[in-house]
Ligand binder design. Structure first.
Ligand code: FES
Ligand SMILES: [Fe+2]
Length: 398
């Protein structure tokens, strides 16, 4: 979709009407029963990003991630053969949580209870007094595997025992564009996480529209918008099966304070020095709850994990390429992180206020305008899966 002449509406309302124009039901944004359906129909069946390969730099490196909505702990390892694998972080003797640390490096994982010991490829290596068990073959007791894949340096897992699609099929042609982003070459990152009292879709949607920028972020919103395009609406939208993209508007005359200009300029200089493509200004919304900003000086990603129908956890990362080798680079990174923190602290209150209002049951429907089309698209993709799941389980006792 190309940008038509009207600069105040970079993509016309009519051009986006194909995604739908109806009001959207409010209940799916707060209802615990709908959330349970989402867990089954979406989160237990789709690829979810939970890490980056730079967290597993050497054979024996491991990370542990919790998926609260499913009560699942995942151990991700890099084996001696360099392969990345994922397992349920559960000892196969009697189910004790195997690894307690959240990250580290070791060649063997020993269960604290009776010392069953597993290699980083999941194989049960030793079990005290194994002869006394009635299982004769240790290989029956290897760690339970979880499907795992890597795209653009990002590690994805799928809780489905036999995923309907490979990760490559799931990401599709977008993979090629993601591989061009700084995240694909990242060697480190800055991270912060925060929990919000709000449904995951409300949390995610806040980052899928610019309609709120000038009201909630008067400083950054002004910088993003400008006279020509005061809301800072994107110049292009793309829909790629369950995923979506937008091209970020560049304000030709941003009103920024001198220290902001200094910080942004330093970031841009470091990015150019690292050979990153400065022309990419795309946002990638990867279904269900990851988004990445391709922008080289703010290589930002946010993964929103549901905890319950009314609570979510956001993991925000700025991915860095190159060594932390100078004060300028450190300054640019800290500035980018501080800016992201500022923006998120402004967003949080409205996200929670939105959940509270909806959960009161006052509304039957909510409304999305054309420039909130990505929010509409997310709901449609989620609801399609929820309705299909309901239909295929009709008649079963929930
Ligand atoms: S439960 Fe792990 S060794 Fe017994
Ligand atoms: Fe915001």
């Amino acid at each position: 979709m190309n940008r038509p002449a009207d600069p105040f509406q970079p993509v016309s309302k009519e051009a986006l009407a194909f995604v739908g124009t109806n009001p959207i039901p409010a209940k799916p944004y707060y209802d615990p029963d709908y959330f349970q359906l989402e867990v089954e129909a979406v989160f237990k069946k789709t690829w979810m990003q939970i890490g980056h390969i730079c967290e597993l730099p050497q054979p024996g490196s491991f990370i542990v991630r919790e998926l609260d909505f499913a009560g699942v702990s995942i151990l991700i390892t890099r084996g001696k053969d360099d392969e990345i694998r994922a397992f349920h972080n559960v000892c196969t003797h009697r189910g004790t949580r195997l690894e307690q640390a959240t990250e580290g490096r070791k060649s063997m994982f020993s269960c604290p209870y009776h010392m069953w010991t597993f290699a980083s490829d999941g194989e049960l290596k030793s079990a005290p007094d194994f002869e006394r068990f009635y299982v004769t073959d240790k290989s029956q007791c290897n760690l339970p595997k979880i499907a795992v894949g890597v795209c653009a340096g990002l590690i994805f897992v799928n809780l489905d025992k036999s995923p309907e699609q490979s990760l490559a099929d799931f990401i599709g042609p977008l993979a090629e564009r993601l591989e061009q982003l700084p995240v694909a070459r990242a060697t480190s990152f800055s991270e912060y996480t925060y929990e919000v009292d709000a449904n995951w879709k409300l949390t995610y949607d806040n980052f899928q529209e610019n309609y709120h920028l000038r009201f909630i972020h008067p400083r950054s919103g002004e910088a993003a918008g400008g006279e020509e395009n005061p809301f800072g609406y994107p110049t292009q939208y793309g829909f790629h099966d369950p995923h979506r993209t937008q091209t970020i508007w560049s304000n030709p005359a941003p009103k920024v304070k001198p220290f902001q200009m200094f910080g942004f300029t330093k970031g841009a200089i470091m990015s150019m020095k690292d050979g990153l493509d400065m022309t990419i200004k795309d946002y990638f919304g990867i279904f269900p709850s990851l988004f990445i900003l391709g922008n080289a000086s703010t290589p930002f990603s946010q993964s929103i994990m549901p905890i319950a129908h009314n609570r979510s956890r956001s993991v925000i990362r700025l991915y860095w390429v190159g060594e932390d080798d100078s004060a300028t680079r450190r300054f640019a990174q800290e500035f980018a992180l501080a800016t992201a923190l500022d923006i998120h602290s402004e967003d949080r209150a409205v996200i929670e206020a939105g959940h509270k209002g909806l959960a009161s049951g006052a509304l039957q429907h909510i409304h999305f305008q054309s420039q909130e089309v990505l929010c509409r698209h997310l709901f449609k993709e989620v609801d399609k899966r929820v309705q299909a799941y309901k239909a295929s389980h009709a008649g079963e006792k929930q």
